[in-house]
Design a protein around this ligand. Structure first.
Ligand code: HEC
Ligand code: HEC
Length: 146
């Protein structure tokens, strides 16, 4: 008797879980952003939120907008229709090299010197809100000589 009941319970649970699975498969998710198609440096399975976080860090660090690295066509209503996967803009490829450079500076160099106490660098360390992070020693505020 007990065995019989368990079998029924299991069968019921199976039906319910199958229904749930079917539902979640068929549920349309119009708001779900498309997964990235052309990542060569970032992890391919990065979540959409994390990807956008990285991109916003780029724009803030360089003092630019998305259009600095991505192809966009202005739409009639004054917006921009982006093709984020396109590699047509050379700035995007430059940014990929910069990402690898930052990883190398952190992993190959900073981590191995200073007894591991050095903080990691990022785009903003050099760029500080400028696309061209050029600074000359002469431009620095004069300091008292010791
Ligand atoms: C400094 C250049 C730069 C800026 C500015 C930038 N991106 Fe990107 N973006 C990249 C690079 C480089 C990649 C590809 C990364 C890789 O290959 O792993 C990328 C990839 C993407 C992707 C994935 C596309 C795909 O299908 O592979 C999206 C979406 C995206 N960016 C959105 C944005 C948005 C939104 C902004 C503005 C908030 C922005 N990006 C600003 C450089 C930039
Ligand atoms: C060690 C310093 C340093 C760091 C860190 C750094 N950059 Fe750069 N970046 C430069 C220099 C130097 C240039 C060349 C400026 C010039 O002479 O035009 C440059 C140029 C660029 C350009 C090309 C701009 C153009 O006009 O073509 C992009 C895009 C860029 N960096 C993105 C990034 C991103 C994204 C990061 C972080 C992943 C980053 N950089 C981190 C130093 C740095």
């Amino acid at each position: 008797m007990k065995f019989h009941l368990n079998k029924k319970v299991i069968a019921f649970a199976l039906v319910v879980s199958t229904l749930f699975m079917l539902q979640s498969f068929s549920e349309a998710r119009p708001d779900e952003p498309e997964p990235p198609k052309n990542l060569k440096v970032l992890p391919k399975n990065i979540s959409h939120d994390d990807l956008i976080k990285v991109m916003r860090e780029f724009t803030a660090s360089l003092g630019v907008k998305c259009i600095a690295c991505h192809v966009g066509t202005p739409t009639a209503d004054g917006k921009m229709d982006f093709d984020f996967a396109s590699d047509a803009k050379p700035e995007k490829e430059t940014a990929r090299h910069m990402m690898k450079m930052v990883t190398a500076i952190n992993g190959k160099y900073l981590k191995k010197i200073g007894g591991g106490h050095f903080e990691e660098i990022s785009c903003v360390t050099c760029h500080r809100g400028n696309v061209k992070p050029m600074v000359s020693v002469d431009s620095l505020p004069k300091q008292e000589k010791h």
